[in-house]
Design a protein around this ligand. Structure first.
Ligand code: F6P
Length: 526
């Protein structure tokens, strides 16, 4: 049987199976199988993944594993790790896994030993971080640097910001970190009130060094520093980029530029020099532990059979809901304030990767791909949007995340976790009531991920798990998870609209809606 007819046949079997599963209540599944919680859960190092409160049976997973096999998931995983150019629309390898690879690994891309490149850049990061922390890298007045400001957007912001916040407990001495991403001047105005120009280091993070928001923010802050008396911008600005010509034109000496490569996608880049703000915030050793945690997950993902492979299992369940239960959205709820930026990071990771409607060969897709990803911390979300999860008309698979232990008052932690577990249980079991207003149908799917504590290594494993899950989803949908052409049109149109906003004339060819918006802006400026 050809691969596509095999996939078609498994899809039909899944469709038939869905008709049976949609009428089964999870309450009954738990009642009939006392081992369900054990059967549908996996332990990986410090992570415990419980996917038993999902609308699945052993048969569901068997069919889904068959579908993954017919989708060549195992071969594609190997192809990614081996540096094959799986990002076909950009003709690039996809090697964020190489960023956390051991030094003795042998991997070449276009004849270049990239492991050597990675480790020499890591060494450069280490030297720089040590220099800043021990105080030998000084500002223009000779003062020690104690404040780091990352200027970047998208993948050059969301990952590092999330990790720095998540690992705040590991912060080096009395340093502070800020993240400037939006081009809204309000963020810069607020920042300027909080920082001392003499002791601040700006990291311009932009793979392309052509992202308008980042370049405008960097330019404004450079001018502000010069106005504040800074005589040598190389004592206060460093850059992380793939565009060494542009960083030079900005005025940054090559020794202050940290390189990333075209085989690192923005949303997968926190392990590269884009993670420099992380290393500065928590120290190089902790940054290495983050990489080590990711490497452990990489090994698991590469070498574990699909039936035991955590990113594969989770991606298959995602596929099951999106393509059979017609779930349009999925929510991620960390019961951990340290992960408050995690849902934003995941939104980019999943949606920029898999929000596509053409397949690998450029044909239009006639099935659903990525649902909308959103979320917020628990228990706050319970008092905001959980009403819809319990009694709304849409199916919204939920993912709970929580630490088993956390520093501080243990009575708070116990209540926090009790809320997390109670929500998962309530969503699953529901409660009958003849008054429909008070009736909880239950049978609402959720997955619960517990980690022993949020440390650099565990976080590294957790993040790598989500990266790999994203990749497997793309394989099931037959799409390229590593390009993002959908963001380009907006970037192009902003140029001419911006010109219209700041010039006296307005382009008459513009559609009537946009023209009116432009005119209203101009009128407000008069
Ligand atoms: O929004 C599109 C995008 O290209 C993202 O993929 C990327 O993470 C972000 O912009 C920032 O890009 P750069 O690092 O090149 O400034």
């Amino acid at each position: 049987m050809s691969t596509s007819s095999e996939k078609h046949s498994i899809s039909e079997q899944l469709a038939t199976h869905y008709q049976a599963m949609r009428n089964i209540h999870m309450r009954d599944l738990f009642m009939h199988d006392k081992q369900r919680g054990n059967i549908f859960s996996r332990q990986f190092s410090e992570l415990y993944i419980d996917y038993s409160k999902n609308l699945i049976s052993t048969e569901t997973l068997d069919l889904l594993f068959n579908f993954a096999k017919a989708s060549s998931v195992e071969n594609s995983i190997k192809a990614m790790f081996n540096g094959e150019k799986i990002n076909v629309t950009e003709n690039r390898a996809v090697l964020h896994t190489a960023l956390r690879s051991p030094v003795d690994k042998n991997l070449k891309v276009d004849g270049v030993d990239i492991i050597k490149q990675v480790h020499s850049e890591l060494e450069k990061i280490k030297q720089f971080v040590v220099k800043v922390h021990e105080g030998s890298f000084k500002g223009w007045t000779g003062k020690t640097i104690d404040t780091f400001v990352n200027i970047g957007i998208g993948g050059s912001d969301l990952g590092p910001k999330m990790v720095v916040d998540a690992l705040a407990e590991y912060r080096h001495a009395n340093t502070r970190s800020f993240f400037i991403s939006n081009v809204d001047y309000q963020s810069i105005a607020k920042l300027q009130k909080e920082i001392n120009p003499e002791t601040t280091l700006f990291i311009i993070s932009s793979k392309s060094f052509s992202t308008q928001e980042t370049l405008m923010n960097a330019d404004t802050l450079k001018k502000w520093m010069q106005k504040s008396g800074c005589t040598d911008i190389n004592k206060h600005f460093i850059a992380v980029s793939n565009n060494l010509q542009a960083t030079k034109e900005f005025g940054i000496d090559s020794e202050n530029v940290f390189e990333i490569w075209d085989w690192v996608g923005g949303r997968f880049s926190l392990w590269s020099a884009i993670g420099l703000p992380i290393a500065l915030a928590i120290g190089f050793d902790n940054f290495k532990s983050l990489l080590a945690g990711a490497r452990e997950m990489d090994e698991h993902f590469l070498r574990t059979p699909m039936e035991e492979n955590i990113p594969v299992i989770l991606a298959l369940i995602d596929y099951w809901y999106s393509n059979y239960f017609d779930a349009h959205t999925q929510t991620f709820v960390p019961y951990d304030e340290s992960l408050k930026f995690f849902p934003d990071y995941l939104s980019q990771l999943f949606m920029e990767s898999n929000g596509k409607s053409s397949d690998l060969s450029g044909c239009k897709i006639d099935y659903k791909t990525m649902p909308i990803i959103w979320g917020s911390t628990g228990a706050n979300s319970q008092h905001a949007f959980f009403q819809l999860l319990h009694q709304g008309t849409q199916m919204v698979p939920v993912e709970f995340l929580a630490p088993l232990s956390k520093k501080g008052e243990s009575k708070h932690h116990a209540l926090l976790l009790a809320n997390c577990f109670a929500q998962a249980q309530a969503l699953m079991q529901g409660e009958d009531n003849t008054d429909l207003h008070k009736h909880f149908p239950g049978n609402k799917p959720s997955t619960t991920i517990l980690y022993s504590e949020l440390n650099p290594k565990t976080l590294g494993s957790l993040l790598a798990m989500y990266e790999h899950r994203t990749f497997v989803q793309g394989l099931l949908w037959q799409i390229n998870s590593f390009d993002q052409w959908g963001v380009e049109l907006g970037k192009k149109l902003v140029v001419s609209i911006h010109e219209n906003l700041i010039s006296d004339t307005t382009n008459k060819e513009m559609d009537s809606s946009t023209k009116k918006l432009v005119e209203l802006y101009k009128k407000a400026r008069q």
